[in-house]
Design a protein around this ligand. Structure first.
Ligand code: GLN
Ligand code: ZN
Length: 769
């Protein structure tokens, strides 16, 4: 930054803030309400208190304009559904009877009525409730929540800006309602939806909103001409309303591409753009369209979805370039701070020096305020902050935590051959058949068995020091014994140890790998009242000792049947963590892969002939734009192969992915060069088996025949029918029989019966071959 005295006034703002409270008060209140222990009034009071605390925190930190309406009891897309009156028919009565209970019924379902479907919010780990729309959908405006929250913030004396999901994104996120033709395009409802947005905007204006933000993250994805035209029409209509607040159209999670020209021309008053590395291209594109003369540009220069401190000098230089491109500049995080934890100050277990590298929501807020001050008053006014930032960045760059020469030397020495198995699939398959001697249609499970209350108690007891490591080991071993003996009795062919020791499939490994940090309070909303505490992948990764070998060999010692080793793959280890941003993801994945490779090799050396490496995140981490898929898939598949290629040809490598719709990555799945893949399929009636066949997938596959996400126990005849359907796509010599994933979420009674039925189904269908 060269300007020593700037002539601008830069302001600071954010689009959203963590909702839960420092001690997850919101979770406790909402769940208490569900259980009847908290009254509706008490829940409302807790929520209002949390909103107040957030606004105060923002105002005290010096944020010039705070967001409103970003708060939610469950999900902001569901709130939007309520705002536009798009309540599904099946929930109308509940919503009319009691809006709050009706709201939760849409979110979670009731005994008789199914909830809305839930899916990932772009490429984050937040999940939203999918709007269900059809040709008969009638939209009606309900601005009550937005107006009430604006009024609350204004009453505190804050300059406030309501934040809404924009109409184009809302429709693009929707799906056809049940009973509506699958090819119905919700975007055809745009002209009906816009008057409702107009009404809400007028209500907000009347309630004192000077600005309103409309979030259109769907525009950072690949969009068709028709979709871009729809965006143009939408913002022309809303922009030319007479009775409206000023409009800020916000984009985040990437570059706008062609949509930038559309929005820059629209008669709106400002745009918010992502200027982090993930959105490279926005800056040049903005310059190319001639900037936003006379308009407000909200510049997302602080990464809102990762937890590392900002490089303030780099941001100042970006902001300096942007100054010439707009009428007014606001400094902001790149997206809502919903995706990061609240405050690093609560962390006690992280070394103070390392903690200084981390910025959660509160620290990010301070960063944007500092940057705005630096722009307005010149860098001299923030000299102390810049010096501290420089020191922290340097300490991170040179710390032995982030740089382990041994790890670096090892990753640098990786050759292409290391990521290739010694024999091609066909030859391996024959060797494995001979080695394992499995029947046709072999039966297995995806890894976990029920996580019982006793197991959770054992872990809590260990943490609290009520039992020691030996006592804990004894309890886990007792569980493994039970799981193995059940599987033998039931007649499964390839057994698992049951994952009794795992709190979580990523955390369990993160805790044992050097280079990962754990937080105590780093909660982030995953969906509704479910919060996760992603580990922090902070430094060079190595594996000081085997992580699963002990449990697996113990399980194997109890049975003559093969026990499948069970690991989480490198892509998923990255996807469900906060990942370091100081080197390419592919480099980090390679380090993780080498650590896991040691584990795979150790499992083999200890006598394990079947090893499963779970990669449920492979599909979900796919970049938002198709142009970025190739580079991602290259390092993703390479890291999987690096993990699994050190074994003998007759050692069978399995992988597992959760759910369907991976038509676009079948090639990548093949590139993993695994021997067997298991997939969720029960709900889609083996749809994935057909997708695999259509793409000529040549390997063995186990599409699930038991839907684990429902407490229903499938009858043997039902599972057999699914198997017959599967056989139409995959020949008997390559079809495995397994349930979907997630037995850990089920109880023992239904697990027992379902797996007995599954084995019976396999036997019946084997008899028909
Ligand atoms: N092995 C894991 C299990 O069975 C896989 C979990 C997953 O697919 N997300 O629980
Ligand atoms: Zn799964």
């Amino acid at each position: 930054m060269t300007t020593e005295h700037a002539t601008v006034t830069a302001r600071s703002t954010v689009y959203g803030y963590p909702r839960q409270g420092q001690n997850r008060e919101l979770k406790k209140a909402v769940e208490g309400y569900w259980k009847g222990r908290v009254t509706a009034d008490a829940l409302r009071a807790t929520a209002a208190g949390l909103r107040r605390t957030n606004w105060r925190q923002l105002v005290d930190a010096g944020v010039d304009e705070v967001p409103t309406g970003d708060f939610s009891y469950y999900d902001h897309v569901l709130d939007t559904t309520v705002m536009v009156g798009a309540v599904p028919d099946r929930h109308r009565r509940a919503v009319a009877t009691d809006p709050l209970d009706g709201y939760f019924a849409m979110a979670r379902g009731t005994q008789d009525v199914a909830p809305l479907e839930m899916t990932k919010w772009f490429d984050t780990n937040y999940h939203y409730l999918v709007p269900e729309l059809g040709p008969d959908t009638v939209f009606t405006a309900d601005s009550a929540k937005q107006v009430a929250e604006l009024t609350e913030a204004v009453a505190l004396g804050a300059a406030a800006r309501p934040v809404l999901v924009g109409p184009v994104t809302y429709l693009l996120l929707a799906k056809p309602a049940p009973g509506v033709a699958a090819d119905f395009d919700p975007l055809t409802l745009l002209d009906r939806l816009l008057p409702v947005y107009a009404e809400v905007l007028a209500d907000l204006r009347a309630a004192g909103a000077e600005w309103v933000q409309l979030d259109e993250p769907a525009l950072v994805q690949d969009r068709t001409r028709a979709e871009l035209d729809a965006a143009e029409r939408a913002y022309h209509r809303l922009g030319t309303l007479t009775d409206r607040p000023r409009l800020l159209v916000a984009s985040y999670f990437g570059r706008l591409g062609e949509a930038l020209a559309v929005l820059a021309k629209a008669p709106v008053d400002g745009l918010a753009l992502d200027f982090t590395e993930a959105a490279a291209g926005n800056l040049d594109a903005l310059a190319a369209v001639g900037g936003l003369p006379g308009k407000r540009l909200v510049a997302g220069v602080v990464n809102g979805r990762n937890i590392w401190i900002n490089d303030l000098e780099k941001s100042l230089s970006t902001l300096g370039t942007l100054l010439g491109l707009a009428g007014r500049i606001d400094v902001a995080p790149s997206c809502s701070l919903l995706h990061v934890p609240l405050d690093t100050a609560a962390e006690r277990d992280i070394e103070p020096q390392v903690l200084r590298w981390l910025a959660f929501a509160r620290q990010k807020t301070a960063e944007i305020v500092t940057l705005a001050r630096g722009l307005t008053q010149g860098t001299g006014a923030i000299a102390a902050e810049l010096a501290a930032n420089r020191a922290d960045l340097a300490s991170r760059a040179h710390s032995p935590v982030t740089r382990d020469p041994a790890v670096r030397a090892r990753t640098a020495a990786v050759t292409e051959a290391d990521a290739r198995r010694s024999q091609p699939y066909g030859e391996r398959a024959a060797a494995q058949r001979a080695h394992l001697g499995l029947p046709l249609l072999p039966t297995t499970t995806i890894g976990s068995f029920p996580q019982t209350a006793e197991l959770r108690t054992a872990r809590a007891d260990l943490r609290a020091g009520r039992i020691d490591a030996a006592g804990y080991e004894e309890r886990i071993k007792a569980e493994i014994q039970e799981v193995i003996s059940f599987q033998e009795k039931t007649g499964l062919d390839v057994l698992v140890h049951g994952e009794a020791e795992r709190n979580d499939m990523v955390q369990y490994f993160a805790e044992q790998l050097t280079g990962y940090l754990a937080t105590q309070h780093g909660w982030v909303q995953s969906y509704g009242t479910r919060y996760v505490r992603p580990p922090v992948l902070a430094g060079d990764i190595s594996r000081p000792a085997p992580m699963t070998v002990g449990w697996t060999t113990y399980a194997q010692s109890l049975t003559g049947r093969p026990v499948k080793g069970m690991l989480t793959g490198p892509v998923t280890m990255l996807a469900w963590s906060f990942v370091r941003d100081d080197q390419p993801l592919g480099e980090t994945a390679r380090q993780v892969a080498l650590a896991l490779r040691d584990e795979v090799n150790d499992l083999e050396a200890a006598g394990t002939s079947v090893i499963q490496v779970d990669e449920p995140a492979l599909r979900e981490t796919l970049p938002l734009r198709a142009a970025d898929h190739g580079a991602y898939l290259e390092w993703a598949t390479e890291s999987f192969r690096l993990t699994t290629s050190g074994v003998r040809p007759d050692t069978q490598i399995h992988t597992h992915m959760c759910y369907a719709e991976f038509g676009d990555i079948v090639q990548a799945i093949d590139d993993l060069d695994a021997d067997v893949i298991s997939l969720e399929a029960a709900r889609s009636h083996m749809q994935v088996a057909h997708e695999l066949a259509e793409h000529g997938y040549p390997r063995e596959a186990g599409p699930g025949v038991y839907d684990i996400h429902s407490p229903r126990v499938p009858a043997a005849a039902e599972a057999a029918e699914l198997l017959r359907t599967g056989l139409k796509a995959i020949p008997a010599g390559r079809l495995w029989v397994n349930p979907d994933c997630g037995l850990k979420t089920r109880g023992w009674p239904e697990t027992r019966t379902s797996l007995e039925n599954l084995v019976a189904a396999a036997r019946t269908v084997r008899g028909e071959l």
